[in-house]
Design a protein around this ligand. Sequence first.
Ligand code: IDP
Length: 161
Amino acid sequence: GYSTISGIPGVRERTLIAVKPDGVQRRLVGQIMQRFEQRGFKLVGMKMLQASEELLSQHYQELSRKPFYPTLLYYMTSGPIVVMVWEGHNVVRTSRIMVGGTNPSEAQAGTVRGDFSIHISRNVVHASDSVEGAQREIQLWFHRKELVDWDCYNHNSTYEL
Ligand code: IDP
């Protein structure tokens, strides 16, 4: 059960990943999720919604003074998004590597942004940038009850117990 593995540092770390409106429109949701699943991370929450400006202004509160902020909000509210919570060792940092740099034209090939996008304002996916940021974002996007605690039966194929 979970009690056996909870002692491994960072295994319960969680991050928020969102497929942005362009990613949903382009039917990339499945391919993006597949990358996190095959890496070994565990999906513990997922939903589709069209986000309100209110929610997004909280999500992007640190960017409110940026010149691109109004168009960022317009883009992010323009269509449905898929928000997910993924769990695992070092998931915040590893996800940022898997997602690639903010500007897709500089993102490494092999990353989500580097493989699926060209322009900074259509960069397909969001990933929390710190453990604290992830906790804040998960609380913002999900109710406690929407997150599912489940045991991976083959946990020791991913981690050394
Ligand atoms: P991140 O998404 O890689 O963490 P942030 O700096 O937090 O990058 O910016 C949030 C989002 O705002 C980016 O993913 C991108 O969609 C958008 N953005 C950031 N910088 C620019 C810019 O210079 N022009 C247009 N959009 C930008």
